[in-house]
Design a protein around this ligand. Structure first.
Ligand SMILES: CCCCC/C=C\C/C=C\C=C\CC(=O)SCCNC(=O)CCNC(=O)[C@H](O)C(C)(C)COP(=O)(O)OP(=O)(O)OC[C@H]1O[C@@H](n2cnc3c(N)ncnc32)[C@H](O)[C@@H]1OP(=O)(O)O
Length: 309
């Protein structure tokens, strides 16, 4: 689907109508590009594209795309960012030449600061609906992607930023102990929704997830490795090289076998959100509309600003 058409269909809601496409986890496995492809079949025209928030470059010879978050100061996941993220994933997913994507940040020291807190403060119910739908859409696309997804975590990655990394197939983090990662929602006085929790449990197991979620822990990189929250630590200057090597290893397998296995592992969790999407939006709205929650979020933002001065 052309980008302009996609953007029009997404519209202000930030969401692709479900009738527009099959979810990635229900699609048939794609044949690998290259010799198996009928000669003369044109490849989808998306070698490189970028928008205000995200830059994507696809190397058609390897089938690997590099996606870089570039939304200063901290790559917070605003409605606009989430919409661009979903559009970028959709473009790659629909491009037969693309088999894998490495997700990283173009900013120093920050992978992503998580959901943009200002989107959850003092806004209308319509806005909360649109925002939360966009958060869901991003996760459904990323967690349900048929592509190999590798997170090259080159900076701190709290809450929604951690969710992005957790939703990938493999996480490599720069071994800087100043960089931390985790679902720290409880520290903000808010609660990670069930599908954040499910994604976390699927990576680290129930006990570690329970303790970490209740405490709202942000784990420095070495601790994140011990907990299994990331798969590997490497010196920062080796991060992209390592990500490319891991990607090549995963792409050496036949797509159909890997994709069907991924679907088998993730389907129950994806289906749970798909079945309860509207209820989840209602829960978010009633939660975030509470005066006590608004107060907690405002205090947290003030704390961030004070810490700076
Ligand atoms: C029972 C039913 C339950 C249903 C519940 C349903 C839903 C729950 C709801 C929501 C779930 C939310 C998940 C989230 O992702 S919440 C976001 C959590 N994020 C954080 O806690 C990160 C906060 N930020 C930081 O810790 C630091 O900024 C960071 C380490 C990322 C970077 O530090 P640095 O020193 O480099 O930069 P700062 O000076 O702190 O920040 C620069 C600038 O950016 C602003 N900012 C930072 N993070 C955010 C953010 N997430 N959203 C919006 N704005 C952010 C910061 O305030 C500074 O602004 P300014 O002072 O320059 O104006």
């Amino acid at each position: 689907m052309a980008a302009a058409t996609l953007a029009r269909r997404i519209g202000r809601s930030g969401v692709l109508p479900l009738c527009c496409r099959l979810p990635a986890w229900d699609r048939a496995a794609r044949p690998p590009p290259g010799p198996a492809q009928p000669p003369g079949l044109p490849l989808a025209p998306c070698r490189s594209f970028s928008n205000n928030k995200i830059q994507v470059e696809l190397d058609e010879s390897s089938g690997v795309a590099m996606m870089k978050f570039k939304s200063p100061p901290v790559n917070s996941l605003s409605l606009e960012f989430l919409t661009e993220f979903s559009i970028s994933l959709e473009k790659l997913e629909n491009n037969k030449a693309c088999r894998g994507v490495i997700i990283t940040s173009a900013l120093p020291k920050i992978f992503s600061s998580g959901l943009d807190i200002t989107e959850m403060c003092g806004k209308s119910i319509e806005h909360y609906t649109e925002f939360w739908r966009a958060v869901q859409e991003m996760w459904l696309r990323l967690y349900g992607s048929n592509m190999v997804t590798v997170a090259a975590v080159n900076g701190s990655s709290p809450a929604g930023g951690c969710l992005v990394a957790l939703s990938c197939d493999y996480r490599i983090m720069a071994e800087n102990p100043k960089f931390s990662i985790g679902l720290n929602e409880a520290q903000l006085g808010i609660v990670a929704p069930f599908w954040f929790k499910d994604t976390f449990v699927n990576v680290v197991g129930h006990r570690i997830a329970e303790r970490s979620l209740q405490l709202g822990s942000l784990h420095p990189a070495p601790e994140a490795l011990k907990l299994g929250l990331v798969d590997e630590l490497v010196p920062e200057e080796k991060l992209m090289e390592k990500a490319a090597a891991v990607m090549a290893q995963w792409l050496a397998l036949p797509d159909h076998a890997r994709q069907l296995t991924k679907t088998m592992m993730r389907k129950a969790v994806l289906d749970r959100l798909v079945a309860h999407r509207e209820e989840d939006i209602k829960n978010f709205i009633s939660f975030v509309s509470k005066e006590s929650i608004q107060k907690s979020l405002r205090m947290y933002m003030e704390m961030l600003k004070k810490r700076k001065s």
